[in-house]
Design a protein around this ligand. Structure first.
Ligand code: ARG
Ligand code: ZN
Length: 896
């Protein structure tokens, strides 16, 4: 579906193809420079489609031969097009034999068939299959596949593809082969092969219905001591999907393969998931608690795709959120359940769930809100794109998951499950649309979701306004909720959305009031979901004896920005008393945001900064509250991300914001040094490392205390951090100490960085952390060396490589996206470096280049002076020769 540069593909233009494919038989003769791919396609006329030729997409292929029912094409029967080939045939059913040749060693895009560390791997989503062979490479073409692979037995002892293994054997000249068959029809984007020197951790487990299945996690031999957690995560995912959704693994074998060079996180190829090593490998010595958590959720995500994505797939790529939003929602629920299950009391479980929710919302606010406020803003189901790879976005994934969560909130757990059951009963084996999914939710519940569908077509983060009026005479409280959505590119006018708003009212004693709406016979729960459907609506709560404090959008029941007038005292009250742990966190973050932005305004005006005492008190109250879950406290006392704060600052100005954050953390570190130290001391986790939410929470809060202590500085902090660094028994503690040291100008930080490098210089994944930390480093004093020079120097480290995405994401991505004050330095050197790297990356890997290019798309939120400097480099990149469609689209939209 990729067209020429600049011509967007439109959702409305969808047409089924005249010919589909019933079966595909592939034969790969693998060779680094000349891999021969033979493909036999049984093409069948689609009676529901308008007449037309057989359409085959192909990119960068050398066509060796093509036969139609065994014969050469007749004159004029075969046409070359911009995107591949077209064949005129009259039969209802034809057999095509196509032979192409490709060069995996020269493929640095990491899409299609490529090499990594001597092995062969594929990545076909979204449109990689067309650079392997000619094919109607669209998700609505579902076919059954067999695959034969042949390769050098010494270089590639392991030969894998989708489904079940039929046969293996040796061949002359040191070669060998394997044949695989996938019994389930699938779109081409789910095809995969792996041929490499790998070893597997294996387990046999029974599914709920008692079928024995073989699970394998394939990695390089040296990494075998890091795969246990991925295997456990896979088994937990299987159990969860059986229990919560009644969905079982449908194959006899399920494989996960780890590869070092991978553009994204992982890929759900049928029965053969291929993962970035970052999301498979973790052991206590090399992975942090966060790595363990990420492995678990990505393994779950890809496994869950087997039903939501593979068994039921997308009709076209505009429907991407059909599988991604739903699957992210499922992995988020899974993580929350796993966290809750590990807790030892109902309160602890609620707090653990909230911690998961907080992490999800942090990601949304820091990543998706900026996207929705900039030139790339698009609905979760976009209307057009120039390059589909640019639309694997925070909006499609994270906001898409929020939209599914709202359905879950509106319909309830059971109603949602009924909708899912109906969805599979209608659409198993089909390629469908978002309307089909929401239609099933509506039908199974007798619900009217017409207005809800607007979430699929409107871009931009809605603003929710809340105003409460207490009437002492009538003992009632009226709450008026109003909504509006700002204009986004191509969408000037917005309509009201269907928004679930979970509400509680807190009494003066800090206890929730039972809620009774006007006209109701008696009071019910203390949290109610109000359904806002119009521009503005009012609800009246009765039997209220004194003015309550509203707690709105509990659990973050909708992905909106809540505008509500709350003074500092009220925020402090909710920080202390809100029974909804998410909102308690949110109150703290709002308060911190207010303080940080006020300090930034002082800094910008050159006035002295002063942290309000009341804020320090509210902060301290949570810090010293030992009855709260440490993981929750750590989330609550952590600064909001700079990315999010810049979004809230008008106009955005990174330098004073950074000054404000440095000042704020120093002041807190100083004022509360005794409390930080006391908590640091009593949170020590003894015994062997285990990945467990309770231990992880203690380590998280302990590391946070260390960071605040280091921000203030002083010998105690440096000593503690150095000691923790030297004596740490696991990566979470070692990395936490290093992070604290690097977030300071203490000379000990250099020693620690050196020691860390020495210890892990041959460990690619651990070094990624080392690169990232330095790319993100703040400057704590005016004479500290600038980060840019450090980043440039690190590019010369032998472990760094521009062709490895993980390295680029850590060092360059860290600098461009997570170190605003250093990147946006006044002399524009950060921007010049950005332009240089984007253009260099784009020559080899447009997907990675495009992700880096996006670092400046939000340039219009900055001060006029900053905008003027950024415009220069945007225009410079726009004028670069031979730019990919990926980067062209990003820069074009940024400048539009
Ligand atoms: N479907 C994969 C996932 O969500 C992501 C693959 C995206 N790949 C790409 N090249 N755009 O897990
Ligand atoms: Zn996915």
């Amino acid at each position: 579906m990729r067209t020429q540069q600049g011509t967007p593909v439109r959702r409305e233009a969808y047409q089924p193809l005249a010919y589909g494919v019933e079966t595909v038989d592939l034969d790969f003769l693998l060779d680094p420079k000349a891999t021969q791919v033979s493909s036999r396609l049984v093409c069948v006329r689609n009676p529901d489609a308008p007449a037309g030729p057989i359409v085959l997409f192909g990119e960068g292929l050398e066509l060796l031969s093509l036969h139609i029912d065994g014969a050469e094409p007749a004159a004029g029967q075969l046409r070359k097009t911009d995107s591949g080939l077209e064949l005129d045939v009259s039969a209802e059913r034809v057999v095509l034999d196509i032979v192409t040749r490709i060069d995996p060693s020269a493929n640095l895009t990491l899409s299609g068939l490529y090499q990594s560390r001597g092995g062969y791997y594929t990545q076909c989503e979204a449109e990689g299959f067309r650079s392997i062979t000619y094919f109607p490479d669209r998700p609505d073409i579902m076919a059954r596949y067999t695959v034969r692979l042949e390769a050098d037995a010494a270089a590639c002892p392991v030969l894998l593809s989708n489904g079940n293994l039929l046969e293996t054997g040796n061949l002359p000249n040191g070669r060998h082969f394997a044949r695989w068959e996938d019994p389930f029809p699938k779109p081409s984007y789910l095809f995969a092969l792996v041929a490499a020197d790998l070893k597997a951790l294996e387990r046999k487990v029974d599914t709920a219905s008692g079928r024995e299945v073989l699970l394998q996690v394939w990695v390089e031999e040296r990494d075998l001591d890091r795969v246990g957690h991925a295997m456990d995560s896979l088994i937990h995912s299987m159990r969860w999907d059986e229990e919560v959704f009644g969905l079982e693994l449908d194959l006899d074998r399920f494989m996960i393969v780890a590869v070092s060079d991978f553009n994204m996180g992982a890929m759900e190829n049928k029965g053969l998931n291929i993962f970035n090593t970052k999301y498979v490998l973790a052991n206590p010595e090399t992975g942090t608690d966060l790595d363990f958590e990420n492995v678990e959720s990505v393994v779950a995500h890809e496994y869950f795709h087997n039903w939501t994505g593979n068994r039921v797939t997308c009709r076209d790529w505009f429907q991407l959120t059909l599988k991604e939003g739903l699957t992210v929602f499922r992995d988020q629920q899974f993580t929350a359940d796993m966290m809750a299950r590990a807790s030892d009391s109902p309160d602890a479980a609620a707090s653990a769930r909230a911690v998961t929710r907080i992490a999800n919302v942090r990601g949304l606010r820091g990543g998706q809100f900026p996207e929705d406020a900039g030139p790339m803003a698009h609905p979760i189901r976009p209307d057009s794109y120039q390059e589909i790879n640019n639309f694997y976005t925070a909006t499609v994934y994270q906001k898409g998951a929020e939209v599914i969560r709202m359905l879950h909130t509106l319909l309830g757990r059971e109603g949602f499950r009924n909708g899912m059951d109906l969805y599979f009963s209608y659409h198993d084996g089909q390629a469908v649309t978002c309307d089909d999914f929401v239609g099933c939710m509506a039908e199974a519940n007798g619900a009217d979701l017409d207005r809800f569908m607007r979430w699929y077509s409107q871009a931009g983060t809605p603003r929710l306004k809340a105003e409460g009026v207490y009437d002492p005479a009538g003992r009632s409280y009226s709450l008026t909720l109003s909504q509006s959505t700002p204009a986004t590119p191509g969408q000037a006018d917005k309509l009201p959305l269907h928004i679930p708003v979970a509400v509680g009212l807190i009494g003066a004693d800090g206890v929730d009031l039972p809620l009774q709406l006007e006209g109701e016979a008696h009071a019910g729960d203390s949290t109610r979901v109000l359904e806002l459907k119009d521009a503005s609506q009012t609800w009246r709560f009765t039997g209220i004896d004194a003015e309550p404090v509203p707690s709105l959008l509990r659990g973050y029941s909708a992905p909106v920005i809540l505008d509500v007038v709350e003074d500092d005292a009220r925020l402090a009250f909710r920080m202390a008393h809100d029974s909804d742990p998410f909102n308690r966190w949110d109150a703290a973050q709002r308060y911190m945001e207010r303080v940080a932005l006020a300090l930034a305004a002082e800094a910008a005006a050159g006035r002295p900064m002063e942290v309000p005492q009341a804020f320090g008190h509210a902060f301290r109250a949570l810090l010293v509250n030992a009855s709260l879950d440490p993981a929750f406290v750590a989330e609550t006392l952590a600064l909001p991300s700079e990315a999010y704060l810049l979004e809230r600052m008008q106009p955005a100005d990174p330098a004073p914001l950074r000054a404000a954050l440095i000042h704020l953390s120093r002041e807190l570190g100083q004022a509360l040094q005794g409390d930080f130290l006391a908590r640091y001391m009593d949170l020590e986790v003894d015994g062997e490392y285990r990945y467990h939410p309770a231990d992880a929470g203690k380590r998280a809060l302990r590391n946070l205390c260390l960071r605040y202590m280091m921000a203030w500085g002083g010998p105690t902090a440096v000593q503690l951090a150095s000691l923790q660094f030297k004596t740490a028994g696991n990566m979470t503690e070692r990395y936490g100490a290093l992070a604290a040291l690097v977030q300071s100008d203490a000379p000990e930080r250099l020693e620690a960085l050196e020691a860390f490098h020495e210890r892990y210089k041959d460990d690619a994944l651990v070094l990624d952390k080392w690169f990232l930390l330095q790319a993100c480093a703040w400057r704590w004093s005016a004479d500290a060396p600038a980060t840019l020079e450090r980043v440039r120097a690190l590019m010369d480290n032998p472990a760094f490589s521009l062709s490895n995405p993980n390295k680029v994401y850590s060092l360059l991505g860290g600098y461009f996206k997570a170190n605003a004050a250093e990147f946006h330095r006044e002399d524009g050197a950060g921007y010049a470096f950005w332009a240089e790297q984007v253009v260099a990356l784009d020559r080899n890997n447009p997907q990675v280049a495009s992700r880096m290019a996006r670092a400046l798309e939000g340039w219009r939120k900055f001060t006029p002076a900053i905008q003027a400097r950024i415009r220069v480099v945007l225009e410079q990149v726009a004028g670069a020769e031979g730019l990919s469609p990926d980067v062209t689209e990003i820069i074009g939209k940024a400048l539009a």
